[in-house]
Design a protein around this ligand. Sequence first.
Ligand SMILES: [Zn+2]
Ligand SMILES: [Zn+2]
Length: 234
Amino acid sequence: MKAFLDNVISLIYPERCLFCREVIPDQAGRPLCTACEKEFTPVGYLCPYCDFRLSPNACCICRPLQPSLHSLYALAIFERQWRHLLHNYKYYGRRSIGRPLGRWLGYELGALQVSLPDLVVPVPLHRDREKERGFNQSALIARHLAQTLAVEYYPLLFKHKKTLSQTALSRSDRQENIHEAFSLAGTVKKGLTVLLVDDIYTTGSTLREAAEVLHSHGALVHGAVVAYNPLIKN
Ligand SMILES: [Zn+2]
Ligand SMILES: [Zn+2]
């Protein structure tokens, strides 16, 4: 029955290329048509402290001895059609974009054959912001990512501080704005490995601050984001 319903749904709402909207077969991989896929190369791993590009499992020379964020994976550079896509997703309630993005991120990480985390955790929104937006964009991505990797999803963090939007702030103001904004919403077993998920990574203040809470309770935290925005660096 479920297979039948899935077939009916895919006839009414066929899977489409995220960028040019061409109908594509429903698959767990990249949600792109053949032409758009040719244009796409994932960003991969970056140092969460200096943005230097790294190969999987590599450490950067600048890394602190006890990094709160152990690694960072980004799918794409935040440019051109990505700006449009993520803007529509976040601010125009196009929540259907969350599923292909989460599955895509999961597909790329799965293909790298790096060790899987125990838990996939989204960067939370303050409840007022989530109410206003109708959903947490990172949570939706994280859910589908977890499903793709067959790893447990759990919203282990809570955002208790109401912050300003980071978009218009400088690097130091971003840090100040997000400082001590998150708290734990569950228990962390020592040595737990967590994949912390967000939509966009700019200066990394948010992801590092969220990672710090998990790290200070004994977790090993990796980060995964859809888009890396290299433009604001001071
Ligand atoms: Zn396309
Ligand atoms: Zn570095």
